[in-house]
Design a binder for this molecule. Structure first.
Ligand SMILES: [Zn+2]
Length: 203
């Protein structure tokens, strides 16, 4: 189903000018994820759009990563404060549908996560390959008694590519806890370098 039928698109008067857009994006590009300060909100895919509301005010549209994610309030406040500092009359609009997915994270965000020590979520393409049985290395968690109903449970359900260690790159890794420092991350351990690390789960 298309989200915006052609006759529903905003008319030109209601669009932000290119210079307004540029100025706002530069401003908003300085804002980082409160939980992962190396990644910007835009790179995370949290900042969805800039538009003009019916009353003429600028609207910054954001989509929360997880419902109930404690960082969202902070994100909302950070954006509002940045806009206020620059004297921009704007408001933050939270849009819940379509739901945020880790597929909206940019390639830069994934690379920055890895450099920060967090194994990034798999891309849609990598997950699709794994689902077809084409992942190169098998998930190693079956070396250890995994949790019941985990990714290695039979039936092809939830097949994901192996999680690579962000320190050494080894895919000999095992999930030690499905919930890491935050609900969006799982705790892993590398069986080669033995370092524990967080994996940002794909949703
Ligand atoms: Zn390692």
């Amino acid at each position: 189903m298309s989200q915006i039928a052609p006759h529903r698109t905003l008319d030109v008067r209601q669009q932000l000018s290119e210079s307004e857009q540029t100025k706002l994006w530069v401003l908003l590009d300085e804002l980082t994820d409160p939980e992962i300060p190396v990644v910007t909100l835009r790179e995370m895919g949290i900042l969805r759009a800039l538009r003009r509301g019916a009353d003429g005010r600028v609207e910054v549209v954001i989509t929360p990563t997880y419902s109930g994610c404690p960082a969202m309030e902070q994100i909302h406040d950070d954006i509002a404060a940045a806009l206020a500092r620059e004297g921009v009359a704007a408001r933050v609009v939270t849009q819940l549908a379509p739901a945020w997915t880790t597929d909206w994270m940019t390639a830069e965000a994934r690379e920055k996560l890895r450099a920060y020590g967090i194994a990034p979520p798999h891309s849609a393409a990598a997950a699709a390959l794994a689902a077809e049985g084409q992942s190169v290395v098998r998930f190693a968690s079956n070396m250890r008694a995994g949790r019941a109903g985990g990714a290695s449970a039979g039936g092809g359900f939830g097949t994901e590519p192996p999680v690579a260690c962000p320190q050494c790159g080894s895919t000999k890794t095992t999930e030690t806890s499905h919930f890491g420092s935050t609900a969006c991350k799982a705790l892993y351990r590398c069986l080669d370098c033995m370092e524990p690390f967080d994996h940002f789960k794909r949703i």
